[in-house]
Design a protein around this ligand. Structure first.
Ligand SMILES: [Fe+2]
Length: 425
């Protein structure tokens, strides 16, 4: 509710593209998720409104009929006022349940569903930031703070030794504050990696400007066939939110319109998998696999142990990573968080931009679904992104977190860093 507080009432109901949702929908949908818990587990619970169940369901076949996603902005009802009243009602009901969970027949299940509901709500907090950016961008009066300066210049690649690596989430290995993980991060399992190198920094706007200026969006040789089709069909010439003004590339964000050149030291964002892959090929590199990314992010080669985050086992803070609590509403310059670097010298693996990997979003070996239709039904035709963005809440991110989007999507805060094979004899 703090995120939507600066909105005017008209802003809550507009849908500016098929892929985004009106803010009113997010604030009702996150409560709808909790209402499904009440329906299933609170004896005698009466549904608030059948109409709301229809409007606020996202994609769950198991919870009945729902409005199609592209039509969420075609209805003015429920009104914003009604949606907020619904939200308050569900909050009260859930808080009452949490006060004395022992009265429920299946308290443990309910508590784990409430935790899932909170994680779900944090995912929608981040989606709200993307959607408000699409809706209003530089007209949204977010509480912006000046961006930090980078004390250091980050260049080059870190070389990382291969061998067996244990990929995924293990509760026993995690600090207490990271006692939750989604089912798709489990089970942890051994994978084999070859020696590889990975960029110490994410690709920057300056790097991407060179790629554009060399005519890469007009040259088929860098692109996957599907990517090249998309570039031509959608007339892509640059990342989303880049605009050409009098021959100069400008980037529009929450703080206005800036020349891309003045933001050349910030990570590039709003690129699709197609664009990230084309850049990597143009640069003579490739994108990392998610296992390579996770090893780079978590493995402490000096102590030969795995840590929860690149900087160790302490929680994310505004000093070690640019996550939502920093209130920047923007990526920060590369090198602005030296405290967050790992032992290999890789910067900003957590926060700023989600990083595309080459890995398909498929279940890990031994995967067990913990909630129907949450993660398990999306295991096809999507790519994994890692690390969180400036819109991800601190409590929500983990180095094992697997986000996933289709290869053409770019309205989320997506960037990348490149990797490379190390020469073998
Ligand atoms: Fe959802």
């Amino acid at each position: 509710m703090q995120i939507v507080a600066p909105l005017e009432i008209e802003d809550y109901v507009i849908q500016t593209a098929d892929f985004m949702s009106p803010p009113r929908w997010h604030i009702g949908h996150t409560s709808w998720f909790f209402e499904t818990v009440l329906q299933a587990h609170k004896p005698g619970y009466r549904v608030y409104s059948e109409d709301f169940l229809f409007y606020f369901n996202s994609y769950y076949e198991g919870f009945g009929e729902r409005i199609e996603r592209p039509k969420r902005g075609t209805k003015s009802r429920p009104t914003v006022k009604e949606t907020v009243a619904y939200r308050n009602h569900i909050d009260e009901q859930i808080l009452a349940v949490l006060k004395s969970p022992e009265r429920l027949p299946d308290a443990e299940t309910v508590l784990s569903l409430v935790r899932l509901g909170l994680e779900h709500e944090m995912q929608h907090q981040e989606l709200l930031v993307y959607d408000i950016k699409h809706l209003l961008c530089d007209q949204f009066d977010a509480p912006l703070k000046p961006l930090p300066k980078s004390p250091i210049k980050i260049e080059g690649m870190a070389e990382i030794e291969g061998g067996l690596f244990r990929l995924g989430y293990e509760r026993a290995q995690s600090p207490r504050s990271r006692d939750f993980a989604f089912d798709n991060e489990k089970p942890a399992h051994q994978v084999f990696l070859h020696d590889f190198a990975i960029d110490k920094a994410p690709a920057s706007n300056g790097d991407f400007l060179e790629f554009i200026n060399e005519g890469a969006y007009q040259n088929f040789r860098w692109w996957f066939s599907e990517g090249w089709e998309t570039v031509n069909r959608e007339q892509w010439r640059a990342p989303l939110y880049w605009e050409l003004h009098d021959g100069e590339w400008m980037i529009r964000d929450f703080s206005g319109l800036h020349s891309a050149a003045s933001r050349k030291d910030e990570p590039v964002s709003h690129v699709s998998y197609f664009e990230a892959s084309a850049f990597a090929k143009w640069a003579g590199k490739r994108l990392p696999t998610e296992a390579e990314w996770e090893k780079a992010a978590c493995y402490d080669a000096r102590r030969k142990v795995r840590t929860a985050f690149p900087w160790g086992d302490t929680d994310p803070s505004s000093g070690n990573s640019n996550l939502f609590e920093n209130d920047f509403w923007s990526v920060a310059p590369i090198g602005a968080f030296p405290e967050g670097a790992n032992g290999y010298g890789c910067q900003q693996m957590i926060g700023d931009v989600w990083e595309w990997t080459t890995s398909d979003y498929v279940p890990y070996p031994g995967f067990k679904s913990e909630f129907d239709e949450y993660n398990d039904k999306w295991f096809v035709n999507q790519k994994v992104l890692r690390g969180g963005s400036f819109a991800t809440p601190q409590l929500h991110i983990r180095a094992t977190y697997r986000n996933f989007f289709h290869a053409h999507e770019r309205w989320m805060t997506s960037g990348f860093r490149c990797a490379k094979d190390l020469a073998t004899d």
